[in-house]
Design a protein around this ligand. Structure first.
Ligand code: ADP
Ligand code: MG
Length: 594
């Protein structure tokens, strides 16, 4: 065995194994360098998903001919002027990327420094460095990486299809573009331009929202809430989606720490905490958050790829995220996302088309003549509910036209409240809305100590199976805190004395039976308070606003007003909307008037 120092190229190839996993990771290093160089526009060309060519052109500060050889020297960097690993302000700092890429690919670096009148090119192929030569280039830098991994065939075998590699590259560039909205980006492969993002204008919030809308989609632009919070020198800004804008995976959750895209467990966990009350556990909100903190509060030097970070005070960061998001969501109040009504409109348009089709395809020779059929179409609707309760509100509409959820005009199918707003129609799912209101009220009243109760004129005895009765009996104190006053009443029976006032008239029998069933599934260790959303849902099911119950106009309007006043009432406890709004403009579109 001979102990020896490894040749430089081998060292760099080993480092490349960590830094450059695939074309997208090489691309990430190049784009980060361009950003560090102060570029305002960055253009990217890929061939074969980046395997045969990655070219990045920027208009940044450039490099002089003396600097070029240093750029590819291991641990040579312009970014740690004071040898200070604590106060890192740039994206790069390790001086590793270019030598690593140069060790495993054929690279040319063409650059013209700011103020210089000529450009120079340096080539490095599989670690072999060529002389610096004159070249042509405007101010800035163009780096071409050809035949990535040609010098390390083992790694080459692990590359996926060009398509997959391209997807990774697009993802990387999108993330960096979200972190730097003032910079323009394009990305093209041999077939088409995949990314085209002009530098965003205006103040930072506007820049970001524009850029996020371009990358994450119009729906996010329309349905997101601004976040702006700080605590002990840590600043959290950005945009978060309304809970009704959600999806089945975390692919639209972005986090940036001091301008650096990161994927961090702490962040995903904090998001779950913040949205817990509004989304089912298998749904994920859309989020783009920017965390800024003094460089000494975070270590970005955890991994060569720099996508993981370590916070000095993780609890502070987590707490900031959860509380800032909860506040932002509370301020959004009853807003439900427009995607909901868009989806509804899509469906309505679909059925409208079908209806037209049915009319046309009905043979005219079948049954009476045209006049008869026309008469049936024009006949007044049967059973049209014109109860005075719905009509008497007309005066009120003119007096106060500005209720966001409008004034109730009718109840349909004993399930939906139809309200008229200033410029549209609102349809409320009365049961989902009520369930949410009960939950929110329970939370508020609980936080104040106890839930208001109303006594039953005659206490009711509910007969149950013995198991259920015993389970309920074991928790009478917990139920009392939730406004439900019960007592064991011999074997297999419970007597109910008081119910939560917020429920109105309750079907006591069914409520207690259902609670007994739920307790059986939750097990003995679970606190009812932890299951508040479920308890509220069960209670709301038996309250006076449940589905299938006719409501008076005053009851409907009271429900609408309470929704407006209650945070988070735009979605039910599972993230489904409680109401849908159709603007007159959209309705006109349905009828082809626009
Ligand atoms: P690091 O970014 O960690 O410093 P790199 O190997 O990525 O290490 O780059 C080495 C050096 O090359 C940088 O510090 C910078 O001075 C120079 N450099 C690389 N890319 C560019 C660019 N696009 N424009 C200007 N300078 C660059
Ligand atoms: Mg770098």
């Amino acid at each position: 065995m001979v102990l020896r120092r490894l040749p430089e190229t081998l060292v760099n190839q080993i480092a490349a194994g960590e830094v450059v996993e695939r074309p997208a990771s090489a691309l990430k290093e190049l784009v980060e360098n361009s950003l560090d160089a102060g570029a305002k526009n960055i253009d990217i060309q890929l061939r074969d998903g980046g395997r045969t060519l990655i070219a990045v052109t920027d208009d940044g500060c450039g490099m002089s001919p003396d600097e070029l050889p240093l750029a590819i020297e291991r641990h040579a960097t312009s970014k740690l002027p004071d040898d200070d690993l604590v106060h890192i302000k740039s994206l790069g700092f390790r001086g590793e990327a270019l030598p690593s890429i140069g060790a495993v690919a054929r690279v040319s670096i063409t650059s013209r420094a700011q103020g210089a009148d000529s450009a120079w090119v340096l080539r490095i192929e599989g670690g072999k460095v060529f002389d610096v030569e004159p070249a042509a280039n405007p101010q800035g830098t163009r780096i071409e990486v050809r035949d990535l991994f040609f010098a390390t065939p083992a790694r080459l075998k692990f590359l996926k299809t060009a398509r997959t590699e391209l997807t990774h590259a697009v993802e990387i560039v999108n993330r960096l573009a979200m972190a730097h909205p003032g910079v323009g980006f394009t990305l093209a492969d041999e077939k088409r331009t995949v990314i085209r993002l002009a530098p965003a204008q205006g103040d930072l919030f506007h820049q970001r929202l524009d850029r996020l809308g371009d990358v994450m989609g119009r729906a996010f632009f329309d349905n997101s809430i601004r976040v702006d919070a700080d605590r002990e020198g840590v600043k959290l800004t950005g945009y978060i989606g309304l809970p009704t804008l959600n999806r089945g995976n975390a692919n639209q959750q972005y986090m940036f720490v001091n301008g650096r895209p990161v994927r961090d467990k702490l962040f995903y966990g904090a998001l779950r905490g913040a949205y817990r009350d509004f989304l089912a556990h298998d749904r994920y909100p859309y989020v783009a958050l920017y965390l800024e903190l003094p460089p000494e509060g975070v270590d970005v030097n955890v991994h060569p790829a720099k996508t993981e970070v370590r916070f000095q005070d993780p609890a502070l960061v987590r707490g900031l995220i959860v509380s800032a998001l909860r506040h932002a969501l509370a301020d959004a109040g009853h807003r439900a996302s427009t995607t909901v009504s868009d989806a509804a409109l899509g469906a309505a348009q679909g059925s409208g088309a079908n209806f037209a089709h049915q009319i046309q395809s009905r043979p005219f020779s079948h049954g009476g003549g045209l006049a008869d059929r026309a008469a049936t179409f024009q006949a007044p609707f049967q059973n049209l509910d014109m109860t005075p309760t719905a009509r008497q509100e007309e005066v009120e509409i003119e007096a106060t036209p500005d209720f966001p959820l409008g004034v109730a005009r009718a109840q349909l199918h004993e399930t939906y409240i139809v309200a008229q707003t200033k410029d549209g129609i609102v349809i409320v799912d009365q049961h989902a809305a009520h369930e949410r209101l009960v939950y929110e009220r329970m939370k508020t009243e609980m936080s104040k100590g106890s839930i208001a109760r109303q006594g039953l004129l005659l206490p009711e005895v509910v007969e149950l199976d013995e198991g259920s009765a015993a389970r309920i009996a074991a928790r009478v104190d917990e139920f009392a805190k939730l406004g439900l006053v019960l007592e064991p009443f011999g074997e297999g029976a419970i007597v109910v004395r008081e119910t939560p006032a917020m429920l109105g008239n309750v079907d006591v029998h069914k409520l207690v039976q259902d609670l007994g069933d739920e307790l059986a599934t939750w097990g003995d260790a679970v606190l009812l308070e932890e299951k508040l959303a479920d308890v509220a849902a069960t209670m709301a099911c038996h309250g006076s606003v449940r589905a299938g119950r006719r409501l008076q106009g005053a009851e409907m309007n009271a429900l609408l007003r309470e929704m407006e006043a209650t945070p988070h009432s735009g979605q039910c406890n599972h993230g489904r909307p409680t109401y849908v709004e159709l603007k007159l403009a959209d309705i006109e579109k349905l009828f082809g008037r626009r």
